[in-house]
Design a protein around this ligand. Structure first.
Ligand code: ADP
Ligand code: F6P
Length: 479
């Protein structure tokens, strides 16, 4: 197979301290490259003075890691600004949190050009290029403008909203239509792919060959749903080792026979943490018999703390935890244990397996790997129950979970009660159904399916490709 060059903002360069960072993208790409041994290109994680940016190459385990520093101003406008204060909220259906600045948009486009310049030097003619996530929507366009004709695929890890929301992004076509320079654009769910198809059809009046193949000027772009999976057997194995893990044993013994519920999320407003805690509070108020008998452990490493909305949310969540613990806690029992730090995969697997239920209630999420990891780590003989937001991409596969509307605190509280009271037979049946569906689509299958689809010929177009009427006007506006 040709060499695969993976491109993403974050790159998990192996470090001597073996440090862990939370984030789905790094977890799945690390696993993909472990198997496929290509190149991983992206930001080094360092910001430096303008003109002092360095490009570094590290070879390890058959993978070549190539990273570039960013200047402080580039990082501010591209990452903190346009990617995380404009695209992230809009793509997560949060128009109320979006802050547009044309300066940030210019910085975002500039950094994409800079990535293209630096990446091009390392490319070979038959490389397959696979670009990831919302930081790099226009990268293919920048590469094409530099003469790169390789197959280029794109995968969006986060949701893609309907055109009614997307078009609130000022000058949306300059960024979103850049996706038409890829050969294949992958989404987490069919719903996300449909939303992009509607955008191209209704907003950009772009002609299509079928519902998943569009004709963008002289190019053809294919869309598809490629739900991301996890390393199922690895999590099952780590889960089985729990009893041998000193840390998990220590946590369990500190519970003093209480039942544990777990939540594991980056500290992000899309994860619905505030509403989740209020739902837990509602549960305690409605079911007094569980007071003192259940502990909710919420593991939440800080994320993007330089951004105002994140810092404000962090303060609000801490206040909510304090209020619930103050109201219901006892000297001998803390209802919510709240920790802001990362843990290794084996510790997470051990904590998942020791929890009777997992609360995974994002307000909107591309997929949510934690939901899948929780299922994989359970003891099949005595499994815990997954309480999952219907607005997470994972809900499409995880129909056997207790699906909830995260905005409905009463319903989430009722689901917590149902999970804690669920008979063993029902827990086993739900878990078996979840394991079956998740095993059919693990991370290996996801990567292979995407790359195979990207390398397959799209099929000859039925007519010569020509720019057509309104879509051509739109494409010109996107230049
Ligand atoms: P996102 O990509 O939005 O952060 P996901 O649930 O899809 O959300 O992926 C999060 C990934 O990060 C999971 O693989 C999870 O195990 C990992 N993770 C989350 N919290 C922690 C933590 N405290 N320590 C280590 N890894 C974490
Ligand atoms: O899944 C969304 C995502 O942006 C991933 O790309 C990344 O792994 C995670 O969130 C962490 O975000 P950041 O790279 O901004 O710390």
């Amino acid at each position: 197979m040709a060499r695969v060059v993976v491109v993403s903002n974050r790159v998990a360069v192996p470090s001597s301290d073996g440090g862990v960072r939370a984030g789905g993208l790094e977890v799945v790409l690390r696993s993909f490259l472990k198997r496929n041994q290509g190149v991983w290109f992206g930001w080094s994680g360092r910001t430096v003075a303008k003109g002092e940016e360095k490009v570094r190459t590290v070879e390890q385990g058959g993978v070549t890691y190539i990273t570039t520093d960013l200047s402080r101003i580039d990082h501010q406008e591209y990452y903190n600004g346009f990617a995380n204060r404009m695209l992230w909220p809009i793509l997560h259906y949060r128009l109320d949190l979006a802050e547009f600045s044309s300066r940030d948009m210019a910085g975002y486009l500039r950094v994409n050009e800079l990535f293209a310049d630096r990446l091009k030097k390392f490319l070979k003619p038959d490389d397959i290029i696979w670009v990831h996530d919302y930081h790099l929507l226009p990268l293919a366009k920048a590469l094409r403008e530099r003469g790169v004709e390789n197959k280029i695929g794109f995968f969006l890890h986060i949701p893609f909203p309907p055109p009614e929301l997307l078009t609130c992004l000022p000058k949306h076509e300059r960024v979103i239509l850049g996706l038409c320079h890829y050969d294949l654009v992958g989404f987490q769910t069919d719903g996300d792919a449909d939303n992009f198809a509607h955008y191209l059809t209704k907003e950009c009046l772009m002609p299509s060959r079928d519902s998943r193949t569009f004709i963008a000027g002289t190019r053809m772009v294919r869309l598809g749903a490629f739900p991301v999976g996890i390393e199922m057997t690895e999590f099952e194995r780590l889960g089985r080792r729990t009893s041998r893990l000193a840390f998990a044993r220590e946590v369990v013994s500190s519970l003093a026979d209480r039942t544990m519920i777990i939540g594991v999320d980056r500290l992000d407003y899309s994860k619905g943490l505030g509403l989740r805690m209020r739902a837990f509070e509602h549960f305690l108020s409605e079911h007094p018999r569980w007071r003192g008998a259940v502990t909710y452990l919420q593991i939440t490493p800080r994320s993007r703390s330089d951004i105002r909305e994140y810092a404000e949310m962090e303060r609000r969540i801490s206040e909510t935890v304090g209020r619930v613990n103050g109201r219901y806690g006892e000297a001998s029992w803390t209802p919510i244990r709240y920790v802001n730090r990362p843990y290794s995969r084996s510790v997470l697997a051990g904590l998942y397996r020791s929890s009777r239920a997992a609360l995974v209630t994002p307000l909107r999420d591309g997929m949510n790997l934690v939901a899948k990891e929780y299922v994989a780590a359970q003891d099949a003989e005595d499994p815990g129950v997954l309480i999952l937001s219907r607005f997470a991409g994972a809900a499409v596969e995880c129909q056997a979970a207790l699906l909830v509307n995260p905005y409905d605190q009463e319903a989430v509280a009722a689901a917590i009660h149902e999970a804690l009271s669920m008979p063993l037979d029902e827990r086993r049946a739900r878990h078996g159904a979840l394991i079956k569906v998740l095993s059919e689509n693990d991370v290996k299958h996801w990567g292979e399916r995407f790359v195979t689809t990207l390398t397959q010929p799209a099929g000859a177009p039925s007519a010569p490709l020509q720019p057509i009427d309104n879509s051509a006007t739109y494409l010109a506006a996107a230049e």
